[in-house]
Design a protein around this ligand. Sequence first.
Ligand code: PLP
Length: 380
Amino acid sequence: MIYFDNSATTFPTERVRAACSAAMTDELSGNPGSLHKLGVAADSAYNECLNNTAKLLGAKPQEIVFTSCATESANTAIRGFMSRNKRAGNTVVSTRTEHKATLECLANLEKNGYNVVYLPVGSDGKPDLGALEDTLAAGDCALMCFTLVNNETGSILPNEEILKIKNRVSPSTFFYLDAVQALGKIRIDLHKLGCDMCSFSGHKIHGIKGVGVLYVREGVRIDPFILGGGQQRGMRSGTQSLVLARSFETALEEASEGVEDAYDIVASINAYLRKELAARKAIILSPDDALPYVLNVSFDGFESETMLHCLEIYDIFVSTVSACSSKAKKVSYVLLESGVPQKIAANAVRISFSRYNTMAEAEEFIRCVDEIYDKFAVRK
Ligand code: PLP
C-alpha cells in the first residue's frame, strides 16, 4: 500500500498505540475528578499529558483545552469568542478558502447578524493583504480567522505580515488560527505565532481520532461550547479521557522530533513528483512555495474521482477534495476560489505526505500513473 492521503488522516504509530494501551490499565482508568486514589492517579497522569502538550506547543497548561477534534476547537474558538465579546465589534474577517470547520462557523455568525468579510485570495492561495488592511482600518473588526497551511493546496499563510498589519492598524482585533495541517511539519511555538486562539487535531499527526486541542491565550475570554460538570477549567465539560490526551501528547512528542529532517525528506519527494508529473502534462496546482506535505495536481484526461479509483487499483490512496467534502462529489471550492478554472479543478487530486513516506513510494506512484495512462486514457 502507498498511503498518500495524510492530510485526510494519518495512521497511529507504534509509540502512540503503546502509550494508549499503557493508559488503559485499571489503575489509570478512574475518573480524574474522583477523590479516591484511582481518581488521583488518573488526574495526575492526565495533568502530565496536559503539561507536556502545552510545553511542546510553546503554551501554558492553562491555555490548553483537549477537545474531540479540530472542528470542535474551531467552533469553540470562533463562536465562543464572538458570543463572549459582543462589544469587540460586529465584523469578522477571513477567506472563502478556509476549512469547512471555520466556514460553517462563519456562516452561522452571519445568520446571527454578524458581518463576515471574505478577503479575495490570489493564485498562490494567500489572502489579499491590502484588502485585509482596509477591512481592519474600517474599525469594528472583532476577529480574524485564517489557516496556517491550507489542507487542499499546502498554501502557507503570510502569518508575520498579517500580524504586522493587525498590530499597526487594529491591535484590538483578535486572531484565530487553524494550524491543523502545520503541526508536526513545521515548528510551532504558540507564543511566537502571535495568535489568540488556535486549533489542532490529533489524527493528522499520527495520533488517534477523537482528540483535538484548542489553545486560548491567557486573558482571552470565550464562552465554552460544552457545558456541564466544569472540567478543564469550565472550558470544556465532560470527563477527561486520559487515553485520548495521552495519544495526542505522544503523537506530538514524536512529531516534534526531527521536524527538519522529515521536512527535507518530504520536500525531496514533492520535488521529484512535481518534476515527473509536469513532464506527463499534469498541472501542478499547489503554489511553488506551498508546504511540501501537500501536492495538488490536475491530471489531463481524468476526472478527480476516476484517477482516485484508478490509483486505488494499485493500492495507492489519495484524495479528490478534502475528505469531509469528497463524498459530496464537488469540485474543490478552494481551487475555484484561488482562480483555478473549473475544467482543471475538476481533474484535481490531492497527494499528501507524511514523514514516513519514501522516495521508493514516489517512484512506484509514477510507474503506476504511467500504467494508468497506458491502460485507461482515452486516446485523442
Ligand atoms: N482544519 C483543517 C485545515 C483540516 O485539514 C481539518 C481536517 O481535515 C480540520 C480543520 C478538521 O479537523 P478534525 O477532523 O479534527 O475535526
